[in-house]
Design a protein around this ligand. Structure first.
Ligand SMILES: Cc1ncc(COP(=O)(O)O)c(C=O)c1O
Length: 366
């Protein structure tokens, strides 16, 4: 039977796979009456910390809060500057802005991640830290970034929203930074059935502060130590996350294997993402590049292949970024990439026939 459409993702298929376990968890938690900050949440946090080789993990309501809360807890404020990448999702930037600090961008390299030389050039006496985004599930050049940060006495943080389970030189995403932020949004490799996020850190003071901060600043039921916020992971979401976490290496393994097939089959036609022997990206996205990206995207749509652009507008060129004073041309690589990138369908339940159809559809364009 000919393929009519290859979806970009198919969340329902993964649900079918875990349905029995999820329904059992839903029933168990519903009967327990423990819906918020329960033992289930604590279990997920400790299992996630162990998975990332990190000492502590604190869950929150979404991946953006997993960035914002640690910034607030660490005292990032007006007058400070944080350097990050201009080719990320908007949350990497607005969470810096929300602290009162200034967003400073540095350019990215062919790996779609912060270019250490550009980061170095962006450091000023106000710089407090570098927020490295592991875009597409590939870890940034953390050794170089940490070396630069150490030289200037500043911190490195990880926006690991897209990178759960990725490794570089044998180290897991979430184990490099002062803190690391993960998203459990439905489009992420490890996802829940709604919004969710989690922070890892080796800093016990930060972990304790975050636990209060996500829960109104309360130190116990009746006493508020400082004004916090309300951003907590529901027990049911934690239970779903625990079920998926048991299988995340298998899920990521399948993503890596599909990526490898794409790479082998497409490298003569488009620019495919590279992979070095010291790293294991998890391919949250498989992002190819071509000068005629828009025509290619139209062609794929005509073939019934859904695709996406992550992201079409570099952060410094958004209306929201006007006050920062950046211009077109300030970040050459990020801007060129934004015109050339296209993300292909990639999810762990993809059928071989669908993978093949995507490949044939791209080849037919050429
Ligand atoms: C790189 C990056 N940072 C931060 C976020 C924010 O995560 P959330 O959507 O869970 O708030 C996302 C998710 O879209 C992301 O991809």
């Amino acid at each position: 039977m000919p393929i009519e459409q290859v979806p970009f993702v198919a969340l329902g298929r993964q649900y079918e796979h875990f349905r029995d376990e999820i329904l059992e968890a839903f029933d168990r938690i519903s009967r327990s009456g423990q819906y918020v900050l329960s033992e289930e949440v604590e279990l997920f946090e400790s299992e996630f910390a162990t998975y990332c080789n990190s000492k502590y993990a604190v869950s929150v309501g979404n991946g953006s809060d997993a960035l914002l809360l640690p910034f607030l807890s660490l005292g990032i404020e007006e007058g400070d500057e944080i350097i990050t990448a201009p080719n990320s999702f908007v949350a990497s930037a607005w969470t810096i802005h929300r602290t009162g600090a200034k967003i400073v961008f540095a350019d990215v390299g062919d790996d779609f991640n912060l270019e250490p030389d550009s980061v170095r050039e962006s450091i000023t006496s106000k710089t407090k830290g570098i927020l490295a985004v592991h875009l597409t599930g590939r870890i940034a050049q953390m050794e170089s970034l940490i070396e630069i940060a150490d030289e200037y006495g500043i911190s490195v943080y990880e926006d690991a929203a897209q990178a759960v389970g990725a490794t570089r030189n044998g180290k897991k995403a979430g184990s490099f930074g002062k803190f690391s932020a993960f998203s459990l949004h439905p489009l992420k490799n490890l996802h829940v059935h709604g919004d969710g996020g989690i922070i890892t850190t080796d800093d016990s003071n930060l972990s304790e502060h975050l636990k209060k901060c996500r829960n109104h600043g309360l130190k116990n039921r009746n006493e508020c130590e400082f004004w916090g916020v309300n951003t907590r992971l529901d027990a049911i979401q934690a239970a779903i996350a625990r079920i998926k976490l048991k299988h995340i290496d298998t899920i990521n393994g399948r993503m890596r294997s599909i990526a490898q097939t794409y790479r082998q089959e497409l490298c003569d036609f488009v620019r495919v993402p590279g992979e070095h022997s010291n790293e294991k990206p998890v391919y949250h996205r498989f992002m190819i590049r071509h000068e005629r990206r828009d025509s290619l995207k139209d062609h794929l749509a005509k073939c019934g292949v859904q695709s996406a652009i992550n992201y079409p507008i570099p952060l410094h060129l958004h209306e929201a970024a006007k006050e920062l004073g950046y211009q077109k041309g300030d970040f050459e690589n990020a801007e060129t990439q934004a015109k050339e990138i296209i993300s292909l369908p990639l999810f762990s339940e993809m059928e071989e026939s669908e993978i093949d159809y995507v490949i044939q559809s791209i080849k037919s364009f050429f």
